[in-house]
Design a protein around this ligand. Structure first.
Ligand code: BUP
Length: 459
């Protein structure tokens, strides 16, 4: 009998930073003839998530869909955070057992379930009961993944994050400078910290850990990690990135695309802090000054609320009308969802001022676009270091965590000039893009890893 392609269910967690890599992987599996079932939690936190799921399903009629209702958390029950995404992680963990019947009766039977790190602890027992192999998907850098995987050990020693230390050590990989550690990790009772630590403890039950990264991008971490010297109890670490985009190229109906078309090559700075970071009004004003001072053209995706459902339409506040007037020939400020992929591959883009959410990093790596890293929270400082070491970008460490301080327009302007004028960096970034292409091309390292997993899962 000839083997038939596997049936794989995918279970992402909350936020576009988690959903996006899952949708990309779902599309890649589907185009490799796998039967794919996408599992989504309802209601989603952001409008972007539900609209992307609907759009994805309309583009992939063969992909099956299971939607399950999350049991909402009472905001008052988690005094350590009011972040709606963190609360949804917790609520999803409390609700995944509801999936049991639909997974058990899946037809054809499931060959594997690929689930988000953020539901690892609650999903491991479900997968074990069903007897279905479970692969964990990590949506961050391998370096930050290591910090999460090691968190239970660090938390067991109260001095791990003490301010007297300059760095946090994980035997076998390069240390983490203390300022790169996300502040919530220093508080063991913070909801996010306890969720991650609990998830980390479930990792050893997985069949493998798939990562949206590639060998040449994080050699310093992936080398020792893949040899099994760092976490000898973990299943294989499987870099399969950069994941391919599934989004069809947008027509020129979005006004910034024709505008970009009329700008000189590599002349525009693209500015975005991802789907869930809203800078303070004061910081937005300083950034506007910085962009103007730099003298460079810019395309700025401006967000003024953490969850897009709270976004307001008008552009003027907190930006001054005079700024929009003065810069109308130099730049575009966009509110709402843009197609970041289309922007990053546009020849007019010469640099990317980014919060270093991992998807943004990997998308810039794929296109070889030089970055100016300005981490805001969570994994982003660790990611910024990866960007710097890989030669993809520059990072001004003294800016600290974006959401905690205020950086002046003058400094921002100077750094943007540095980004746009650094020819050596441009060459290195281009090389990163070439290596990314090699990794996913036929016979490339990431491509081979994914092929091997799928061959193993054939039925
Ligand atoms: Br905003 C925005 N268009 O307008 P990250 C984002 N994106 O295509 P985050 C758009 O969303 P986490 C927009 O290309 C990337 O794939 C972007 O993920 C896309 O950051 C994704 O970069 C955003 O990882 O998520 O949203 O902060 O906190 O999970 O890293």
């Amino acid at each position: 009998t000839t083997a038939s392609p596997p049936h794989i269910a995918l279970l992402p967690s909350a936020g576009m930073g988690h959903l996006t890599p899952f949708l990309r992987l779902a599309s890649m599996l589907s185009s490799r003839s796998c039967t794919v079932t996408l599992i989504t939690a309802s209601p989603s936190v952001s409008a972007a998530e539900s609209s992307h799921v609907s759009f994805f399903l309309s583009q992939h009629p063969l992909v099956k869909h299971i939607e399950f209702q999350v049991i909402p958390s009472k905001p008052s029950s988690n005094p350590t955070t009011d972040d709606p995404f963190f609360l949804q992680f917790e609520a999803t963990n409390r609700s995944v057992h509801l999936l049991y019947p639909s997974l058990a009766s899946a037809s054809p039977p499931l060959s594997a379930i690929f689930s988000d790190f953020a539901v690892a602890s609650s999903f491991a027992p479900v997968a074990a009961d069903l007897g279905i192999p479970n692969y964990i998907i990590s949506t961050t850098s391998c370096k930050f993944f290591c910090l999460m995987a090691y968190l239970p050990v660090l938390l067991s020693d109260p001095s791990s994050f003490s301010s007297g230390l300059s760095e946090v050590k994980i035997p076998g990989i390069t240390p983490f400078p203390l300022p790169s550690i996300p502040p919530p990790f220093k508080n063991p009772s913070h909801l996010l910290t306890s969720l991650i630590a609990t998830d980390a403890q479930a990792l050893s039950k997985a069949k493998g850990i798939l990562m949206n990264t590639f060998d040449d991008f994080e050699p310093e971490t992936l080398g020792p990690i893949k040899s099994g010297r760092v976490f000898d109890y973990l299943p294989p670490i499987l870099p399969i990135g950069p994941l391919e985009t599934y989004e069809p190229k947008k027509e020129q109906d979005q006004s910034y695309l024709p505008w970009l078309d009329s700008q000189p090559a590599e002349s525009v700075v693209y500015v975005s802090f991802g789907s869930r970071t809203a800078l303070s009004s004061a910081q937005i004003r300083e950034l506007s000054k910085g962009l103007e001072r730099s003298g460079y053209r810019f395309l700025w995706v401006l967000k003024t609320s953490k969850v897009d459902k709270d976004d307001k339409e008008e552009l003027k506040d907190p930006l001054e009308e005079s700024f929009l007037d003065r810069t109308k020939n130099k730049g575009r400020v966009v509110k709402g969802w843009v197609s970041q992929q289309d922007i990053l591959e546009h020849p007019a883009i010469g640099g990317f001022l980014s919060h270093c959410g991992w998807n943004s990093v990997i998308e810039a790596a794929r296109k070889g676009v030089p970055m100016l890293a300005w981490p805001q929270h969570m994994d982003q400082s660790v990611n910024a270091e990866v960007v710097e070491k890989a030669g993809l970008g520059i990072w001004e460490r003294k800016w600290g965590w974006g959401l905690e301080g205020l950086v002046s327009g003058e400094e921002i302007g100077k750094k943007i000039v540095e980004l746009m004028e650094d020819e050596k960096l441009r060459g290195l970034a281009r090389k990163v893009g070439e290596n990314a292409g090699k990794a996913t091309g036929i016979g490339g390292k990431s491509e081979k890893v994914l092929t091997e997993v799928l061959e193993y899962l054939e039925q």
